[in-house]
Design a binder for this molecule. Sequence first.
Ligand code: ASP
Length: 331
Amino acid sequence: MKKLLIIHTGGTFGMLPIEPSKTLAPADIQKYILTYLPEIVEIAQIDFEVAFNIDSSNIQIHHWQKLAQIITEKYNAYDGFVIIHGTDAMVYTASALSFILQGLSKPVILTGSQRPLAQIRSDARSNLISSLELATYHIPEVSIFFGRLLFRGNRTLKISSTHYDAFASPNYPPLAEVGLDITLTKNILPPGKALNYREKFDSRVFSFHFHPGLAPEYLNCILASQLKAVVIDALGAGNMSIYENSLIPWIRKMTDTGRIVVISSQSPYGRVNLDLYKSGELAQKAGGISCHDMTLPAAIVKLMFLLGQHPNDPQKIATLLSQPIAGEIAP
Ligand code: ASP
């Protein structure tokens, strides 16, 4: 029988219906899960660990590091890891873990639920059971299971705050589908040779949404700040105003002062193409870099990670940004 570790981090999954704000004591999590899902012991030999117990909107870099440390320390003792996590920040944690835990040869699956496990008609039951089953398969990467699909974690977006199919990976096909049978696809990363743990991050990253009417003078506070990288979530293929309220001079000032400016797209499907329009051409000339087909959360976390790994080397970060670390961007 395979050995799996469930790591609990909080979120709706473990909330008590009567006292939703009350957090369970670490020992109670195991009891709670086994009370509602006694059958999981048939899937594998399962141990439990509580890393922390918070709503995922409170997640910080040190929480990612703690999770990665737990997995690294227990890596040889288990065949797979299932992380119970709040849905709100799940894609950020999945992206961070995919960058920290390079060279995985075992599954690390994040899941959660829209309804607490203890409530009737909860999606927590099927999400956890399927994640545990999937963790017994050969899926050597950080993924997210929700609803009926397994996604590459760093390609995923939370697309609904109410639906049970709450996640999607618009620019990468699912890794597996759970129906009557479990069907693995050919989209899974090959296994790594050895786990290569790198945990340094630099949080000096900021992102903002471009919209018509945005006046560049409001962005001067970014120029005056300690921020090292900015992601402009732009329109369509990566477009923004270049006539009235042009952002191009601001991008130039940012890159001239050694900061990185990345351009992503508000359109979840497709990719940024800075060669398509005048706006992209000027943004590139000013030193802007394309996010290609990366999700905005993956781009933000990747910048934090690359800044942590290569402090004071914006050139290197710009080069590495467009190269895949864990399948987050098309090669
Ligand atoms: N706010 C919760 C969280 O992200 C939502 C959830 O778990 O679904 O922790």
